[in-house]
Design a protein around this ligand. Sequence first.
Ligand code: SAM
Length: 240
Amino acid sequence: MITPKDILGHLPGGRILDVATGSGSFIHFLLEGLPTYTEIIGLDVNERAAAAFATTFSDKPAIRFVLGDAMSPSFDASSFDLVCIANSLHHFDDPAALLQQMLRVLRPGGHLLVAEMVRDEQTETQLTHVHLHHWWAAIDSLNGITHHETYQRETLVAMVENLGLEKLTFYDLADMSEDPKDPAILIQLDPVFERYLQRAAGHPELQARGAALRERVLSTGFHSATTWVALGGKPHVKTA
Ligand SMILES: C[S@@+](CC[C@H](N)C(=O)[O-])C[C@H]1O[C@@H](n2cnc3c(N)ncnc32)[C@H](O)[C@@H]1O
């Protein structure tokens, strides 16, 4: 299985931006894989994420949260060595414009990393996750939260290839080692089902979809869908 070190172990670290960081889950991946860093900033528009982030990283002063919109980040151009986004591209209406903003704040020679769950080429147990995710997206959208269905691999590849990065490399992260019918999975998912069923109140079609998915977790089983990772370097500007 590919590890965070396999992907990040050769990078120089430096100043890092994690876009749409939420409570900072992806920063654990960065800490596991990077040999070193000077500063990690998690950027998110959600004030509630700030509190969870601060608690998690309270013992690490070089890791901090900045509240702001990733579509218009206030950071200087070329001011980061590594700019990342994980599990979040499908939370934006214009992901191509977002990637351009990420590229703007990245220094030439620095690296851009995109990690995103894919919907195609999945096993039946992974498709349980994909279908669940799309059910969550439908309910969030109903409640005014930007949450699109996840992308197909070729859409993501095209989006990132369009950025003109150097040494662009793709990885697949998937862990199929767990028992897909482990009862602990449903115990973990049950509060999430409850929360989303409540949010779908008044929408019988969405509630029925939720009930069918809960049944699918039991009958088919569950594995996390594959996370696709792209890493590439921002080219230096050529001078005549
Ligand atoms: C699924 S969470 C991903 C969190 C984290 N990256 C992870 O891997 O667990 C998506 C995040 O995108 C954030 N987000 C959505 N639109 C945003 C925007 N315009 N600017 C910054 N963050 C945004 C949400 O607040 C949410 O925390």
